[in-house]
Design a protein around this ligand. Structure first.
Ligand code: MG
Length: 234
């Protein structure tokens, strides 16, 4: 069991239940603001989550509902900008909350002297206020889709965190909720602990070292507890 020097968290679906009550609501509000009749119910949005990145998800949707590729791309770009603004407002209004167990887990990691970082595909414009609002700026290195446009399952965001922190991958662990996220972490050479949510319960998370039902799952809490207590320098 190698030493743990860094914990790198995904944001969407991992630290916060942002998909169903944040992003989905913001996408629907953006459709409405653009006077489009498109709406994503909870089940539809669950299927669309297989496409990583909001702009790509929109473009796929517009093409699959009969718009030409050109029209789909133009609409996706415009709607995504509007959606990001709306998401930011939802975040600032406190509508996106930390997932159960998130604060306790981060408290324990910090108390053992291990820094916490973030590697997300989300846009910095809403990720930063979200982390500040829900967690109070506890993350040392925060890499978002704004700095690293290669979306998960690309390992790019994780590799950038490792590069900036100088932490070797074998001494870090990623915390993820989805198949794309687990793949990204594993491709970066990281161990990955997965905490699925209702949207990702059926994802293939088999690349993860541990698959748990949430951040407050006793198996996940125990996994961290054992490794955090076994730091050789204590
Ligand atoms: Mg996620």
């Amino acid at each position: 069991m190698s030493r743990l020097d860094a914990v790198i968290f995904d944001v969407d679906g991992t630290l916060v239940d942002s998909e169903r009550d944040g992003h989905r609501v913001a996408f629907n509000a953006a459709f409405e603001a653009a006077e489009l009749s498109d709406r994503w119910d909870i089940a539809t949005y669950g299927r669309l989550l297989k496409i990583t990145g909001g702009a790509k998800r929109l473009a796929f949707w517009f093409e699959s509902t009969g718009r030409s590729p050109g029209e789909a791309a133009e609409l996706a770009e415009r709607l995504h900008k509007r959606k990001t603004q709306i998401m930011r407002r939802l975040v600032e209004d406190g509508q996106v909350q930390a997932r159960a167990g998130a604060h306790q887990l981060i408290d324990e990691i910090e108390a053992s002297g291990v820094p916490v970082h973030v590697a997300t595909t989300g846009t910095r414009a809403w990720v930063e206020p979200l982390l500040e609002h829900a967690f109070g700026n506890r993350f040392h290195t925060v890499i978002t889709g704004t700095e690293v446009p290669d979306l998960k399952p690309s390992p790019a965001a994780y590799l950038e965190v490792l590069r900036r922190t100088g932490c070797p991958p074998e001494h870090a662990v990623a915390v993820e909720d989805s198949a794309n996220g687990v793949q990204a972490a594993v491709a970066a050479g990281l161990r990955c602990v997965a905490a699925h949510n209702p949207y990702t319960r059926d994802d293939d998370l088999s690349g993860a070292t541990l698959v748990a039902g949430g951040l407050d799952d006793p198996a996940l809490v125990a996994w961290f507890h054992r490794r955090l207590r076994k730091r050789p320098d204590e």
